[in-house]
Ligand binder design. Structure first.
Ligand SMILES: C[S@@+](CC[C@H](N)C(=O)[O-])C[C@H]1O[C@@H](n2cnc3c(N)ncnc32)[C@H](O)[C@@H]1O
Length: 227
């Protein structure tokens, strides 16, 4: 499957209403813990914070609950932003409909940037990291949460069945769009390894680049700072 912005946008537009439910059931509740961890890492970050590929604000709200500063939440799917609008009515969270690869902000604007399960969907990862670097303040923090491929050979087999059979079945049943979840499995397998992502971050100019594998390595949390 080739990454194509139009295709990706259409997929997310279609699954919006059941997006969080599939995540919750599909990850057996783990996804909430992963996002809470990102929010914790950004807790003492200087505002403003930008949550990229925010979907229906699932992570943006967690971040706000931890550091209470207003934040910007960006996604290119208007449906996602519109659907989640009621959820943020009591929070100073400002939606921005734009492409995460061409950010509509000046350089040195944000104290922190988060992107959860979004980087994998971007067509030019290296270019996107440069763009995140540009809009971060010097010493600003980038936090990436993304799927990764488990290292344990036996677990790899189980995970492959889970990704290629269970998730498309569950996602297809709940959203009516099985192909969106087949795309998910494909994009996870094609996503660079944590070491490769770390090297890309270093090449971009980020410092103190670290990563932490979570839940049997199926998700990795990356942190990095603008020099
Ligand atoms: C898997 S969802 C993640 C949503 C949310 N961050 C979360 O933690 O659940 C990926 C989101 O990225 C958005 N997205 C994909 N490519 C994008 C791009 N180039 N620019 C902005 N948003 C993008 C999709 O519309 C979708 O809402």
């Amino acid at each position: 499957m080739k990454k194509d912005k139009k295709f990706i946008k259409e997929k997310f537009d279609k699954i919006v209403k059941r997006y969080d439910l599939v995540n919750l059931i599909g990850s057996f509740g783990q996804d909430k813990l992963w996002r809470k961890k990102v929010a914790q890492v950004l807790k003492s970050t200087k505002p403003p914070i930008l949550d990229l590929c925010c979907g229906p604000y699932t992570l943006s709200i967690e971040i706000f609950k931890k550091n209470f500063y207003p934040l910007f939440a960006l996604d290119f799917s208007f449906s996602m932003l519109y659907y989640g609008k009621k959820r943020i009515s009591n929070y100073p969270i400002y939606p921005v409909c734009a492409d995460a690869e061409v950010l509509p902000f000046k350089e040195n604007t944000f104290g922190g940037i988060s992107i959860a399960f979004g980087l994998r969907n971007l067509t030019n990862i290296k270019g996107a990291l440069k763009e995140f670097y540009r809009v971060l303040n010097p010493k600003g923090k980038l936090v990436i949460l993304e799927f990764s491929w488990p290292k344990n050979k036996i677990f790899q087999k189980i995970y492959q069945i889970y990704l290629e059979k269970y998730i498309p079945l569950l996602g297809g049943f709940l959203t009516g769009d099985k192909s969106a979840y087949l795309y998910l499995a494909d994009s996870i397998k094609k996503f660079p390894s944590p070491e490769e992502i770390k090297n890309m971050l270093l090449e971009t100019g980020f410092t103190e680049v670290k990563y932490e594998p979570l839940t049997m390595d199926i998700v990795t949390l990356y942190t990095a700072y603008k020099a």
